[in-house]
Design a protein around this ligand. Structure first.
Ligand code: KMT
Ligand code: NI
Length: 191
């Protein structure tokens, strides 16, 4: 199952674990309270280096296919983060690690390798979520987040989307953004 922790305030190497000392773990439930959903679906079968499996029956894993159908992800492709496979590699890595939101969910299924998604909690502290092969994560629309590879420096992931994909990051500050407002509204009922 997926591991998460509060991050050290000072980050020198983004690919390092950057834990607090002592470690301050964050549970799957605490992450779910922020709207971040996760599943573990061990990868079976072979995924092509680049694929657009529109039809859930094309997906080797029935659990993944079920999540996809249930949540309406009718678009999928595969992104491989490596110097060879990712065009404009260095700039992309920089952009992935800039704090941003999206106007849609960010859905990633790790096929090979590993990496970290960092998300802000309600007090604006960074939580680092470690993803390994088989981890499927849904970041809600409007949550401040960023992505980095870890020291192994390799991540291959399936990107899932509802409808025509939009990957555009909206960098922080984005507090006036509609998606940001919508994200914060989910907490207002609790106060
Ligand atoms: C993103 O939008 O941050 C990415 O696609 C990162 C690579 S997929 C784990
Ligand atoms: Ni993003």
């Amino acid at each position: 199952t997926l591991e998460a922790w509060y991050m050290a305030v000072e980050v020198k190497d983004q690919t390092a674990e950057n834990r607090l000392c002592p470690n301050q773990p964050v549970t799957k439930e605490e992450i779910a309270d922020l709207g971040v959903l996760s599943w573990h679906v061990p990868p079976t079968g072979e995924y092509p280096a680049k694929a657009v499996p529109w039809n859930p029956s094309d997906i080797p894993d029935p659990v993944l296919a079920a999540v996809r159908t249930k949540r309406g992800y009718n678009y999928a492709d595969i992104i491989t983060c490596s110097e060879e496979c990712l065009p404009d590699y260095h700039n992309k890595l920089k952009d992935f690690f800039k704090e941003h939101i999206h106007s849609d969910e960010e859905v990633r299924y790790i096929i090979k390798g590993s990496g970290y998604f960092d998300v802000r909690d309600r007090a604006d502290r960074w939580i680092r979520i470690k993803l390994d092969a088989g981890d499927l994560i849904v970041l809600p629309e409007g949550i401040y987040h960023r992505f980095t590879m870890d020291s192994r420096n390799f991540t291959q992931a399936m990107r899932l989307f509802k409808g025509e994909p939009v990957w555009t990051p909206i960098n922080r500050p984005a507090d006036e953004n509609l998606s940001r407002q919508r994200y914060l509204e989910r907490f207002s009922a609790l106060e």
